[in-house]
Write a protein that binds this ligand. Structure first.
Ligand code: GTP
Ligand code: MG
Length: 201
């Protein structure tokens, strides 16, 4: 599952500034601090490709990376940080709603969720928004290293149960840790599979 080449392409403030692409694009999205940037470094096996910080709100722009000259990974700013929004939807920043609504090159959003916590309203709302727009997404449970085996298994089951109260089918789900590369091969395999399906038209 090795990746030979990963390169930073560009940071953009909005869709208009995003690079014109002719290859599949995969975007990592989720609450601030959930581990989006770390996951990009884990997948590409590059320590400092995407900027990581323990302070939430590190990634402020849309960051494009090209992998093996074949597909794009996109690191997005986190959501769930606005304090005074009237509705949950209003807490998704303009940069995120613009990207979700107008970036038609995305073939799959990976919604990252910290597996230690119970299902959060804001993540469920975000998935709802994607579902209503018919946008494909998968769920990446992050920071699995922080839980013991038994608790981890229970948390994954609990999350699935919660999703099934709203969704008829479960999306593709990945259990990951950027610390010890859990889930890396599965993620890369999935992306390569989707790339293949797309190439076959
Ligand atoms: P924003 O850019 O602020 O939205 O955050 P982000 O989602 O990109 O999170 P980032 O990758 O910067 O990681 C946030 C913090 O969580 C950092 O201190 C990381 O080291 C830590 N972290 C991320 N992934 C993991 C993981 O799998 N395991 C552990 N133990 N820590 C992680
Ligand atoms: Mg980040």
């Amino acid at each position: 599952m090795s990746i030979k080449k990963s390169e930073f392409v560009k940071s953009s403030q909005n869709c208009e500034q995003c690079p014109k692409v002719d290859k599949p694009e995969y975007a990592f999205i989720g609450r601030s601090n959930v581990g989006k940037s770390s996951l990009i470094n884990m997948i590409t096996e590059r320590k400092h490709l995407a900027k990581v910080s323990s302070t939430p709100g590190k990634t402020q722009l849309i960051n494009h990376f090209i992998i093996d000259d074949e597909w794009y990974l996109v690191d997005l700013p986190g959501y769930g940080f606005a304090k005074k929004s009237k509705t949950l939807r209003e807490s998704f920043s303009k940069i995120i709603t613009d990207y979700v609504t107008n970036r038609h090159d995305v073939v799959c959003f990976f919604v990252l969720v910290d597996i230690r916590h119970n299902a959060q309203k804001i993540d469920l709302e975000f998935m709802r928004m994607l579902g209503e727009s018919g946008i494909p997404f998968a769920i990446v449970l992050t920071k699995a290293d922080k839980l013991g085996k038994v608790v981890l298994k229970q948390k994954v089951e609990d999350y699935k149960k919660e999703l099934l109260t709203e969704w008829e089918e479960l999306p593709e789900m990945f259990v990951t840790s950027s610390l010890n590369s859990t889930g890396r091969d599965e993620l890369v395999e999935y992306i390569r599979y989707v790339n293949k399906v797309i190439a076959q038209g």
